[in-house]
Design a protein around this ligand. Structure first.
Ligand code: GP9
Ligand code: MN
Length: 424
């Protein structure tokens, strides 16, 4: 009940990281574009297959002057995969230990990004070339307060070969999405969910511009081809956004949603990386790319340890919106007070000095079990992580946000939303 919320609010307030003045409001009033990079892992960045860059466009964005690239950013998803990633970045709440909160908690009360931004005059939309009901999106998006959901029905001009297993291929997807995007009132908050680079990474060979890997493991070998295709689609999106005139007033956040190559493929991955995949290396492979591009902001490579749970407060602070009254379990990656502890859904964690994997603590620098002298510190981080997971679960399982409304926040009534209307 409301007492439980008060207690949890005390916790999130004590964990709050205040904004960094250098970045607070750097994107104030700008449009927001999230590009959901399906199955992208960080090892792809600057990786060369047979001497050729796999993702030349994303690699160039690492160097782009108005872009921050985070090279110690991790996914924190579990069985809910894509939906867990979305859930974290819209709410800064953890996904559930089993199943998907999208499916089982679609009717809960949320104070999600689209709702927070609605109070600031933003129009929100999700673009996804798949059925609206996949992952129960068409329900939970209403609870989040998304004004528009452009699903497969919105992509009418499809030709042979434009469909992938999980929806419209990224190139026609971005192409047609752009026409819709241009009609949205500004400022807008939008998310584009790509699908071409999805397991098992099959792609029409006529669409490929790079060879396959040579490990003999089919999905690992194919992975490079769909990654290249997605990279080209994203490049086209940036070009089109520039031509539309929207780019100067739009921030773009690109994030990998979860691993694409599971640890069942570690033998092949050892060939890809040229090293043994120890427990520490396996954790390192859970890094996913994060790019934050803001026109006029000074970019660079940021080494802070963080995860998807941290995206919402980071985004809000860049937009110049305070977050201390919200029940967020992540903290602003750009804040000096951000604690470098990445808690995974199974209770493992990664931090600069210590990894916790399957109840064993490791030194990530050596890959070996942690020195006795650091056990107490490791336990302390473990307890902090466990606490976060537990409190986040209490909120989600108890639907506790219905008992608390942050000051200035207008609660969402999901009955006000309907995505079934004919667009034409
Ligand atoms: C489905 C797509 C894929 O619409 O987002 O979800 P995933 O299988 O990656 O969880
Ligand atoms: Mn996914």
């Amino acid at each position: 009940d409301s007492d439980d919320v008060t207690e949890i609010l005390n916790y999130t307030k004590s964990n709050y990281a205040s904004p960094n003045e250098e970045y607070f409001g750097a994107a104030e009033g700008m449009n927001v574009v999230y590009l959901h990079l399906e199955s992208f892992q960080s090892f792809l960045m600057n990786y060369e297959l047979n001497g050729e860059e796999v993702t030349p466009f994303l690699n160039s964005m690492i160097e782009e002057k108005n872009t921050l690239y985070f090279d110690n950013f991790f996914h924190q998803t579990a069985q809910g995969k894509t939906s867990d990633a979305e859930f974290m970045l819209e709410n800064s709440l953890f996904g559930l230990p089993k199943g998907s909160a999208y499916i089982t908690k679609g009717q809960n009360t949320y104070q999600a990004a689209p709702a927070i931004l609605k109070d600031k005059g933003y129009e929100s939309a999700v673009f996804h070339g798949n059925n609206a009901t996949f992952w129960n999106r068409s329900e939970i998006y209403k609870s989040f307060g998304f004004d528009n959901f452009f699903d497969i029905e919105s992509y009418t001009n499809l030709e042979e070969g434009d469909m992938a297993e999980y929806g419209v291929m990224d190139k026609p997807f971005f192409d047609q999405s752009m026409d819709i995007l241009k009609t949205l009132p500004e400022p807008f908050y939008t998310k584009f969910i790509t699908v071409a680079h999805h397991f098992p990474y099959d792609i029409d060979q006529e669409l490929t511009t790079i060879g396959k890997g040579t490990t003999g493991d089919k999905s690992v070998d194919n992975y490079f081809q769909t990654a290249r295709y997605a990279d080209e689609a994203i490049k086209q999106f940036f070009t089109d956004l520039e031509e539309s005139g929207l780019a100067d007033n739009t921030m773009i956040v690109m994030y990998g949603d979860h691993y694409g190559i599971s640890d069942n493929h570690n033998k092949a991955m050892e060939q890809v990386l040229g090293k043994e995949i120890t427990p520490v290396e396996n954790t390192n492979l859970q890094r996913v790319p994060l790019f934050i591009h803001v026109p006029g902001m000074e970019g660079g490579i940021n080494h802070t340890f963080g995860g998807q749970i941290d995206l919402l407060p980071t985004l809000m602070h860049l937009l110049g919106i305070e977050t201390q009254d919200y029940l967020h379990f992540g903290t602003d990656l750009l804040s000096d007070e951000h604690k470098e502890l990445v808690t995974f859904r199974n209770g493992d964690y990664a931090s600069p000095e210590i990894y916790s994997i399957g109840e064993v603590f490791y030194d990530p620098k050596t890959g070996l079990p942690l020195d006795e002298s650091k056990q107490a510190q490791a336990e302390e981080l473990q307890n902090q992580g466990n606490m976060k997971l537990q409190l986040s679960d209490e909120i989600v399982n108890g639907d506790l946000l219905r008992f608390y409304t942050p000051e200035g926040f207008t609660p969402i009534d999901s009955a006000d939303y309907n995505y079934q209307t004919d667009l034409n």
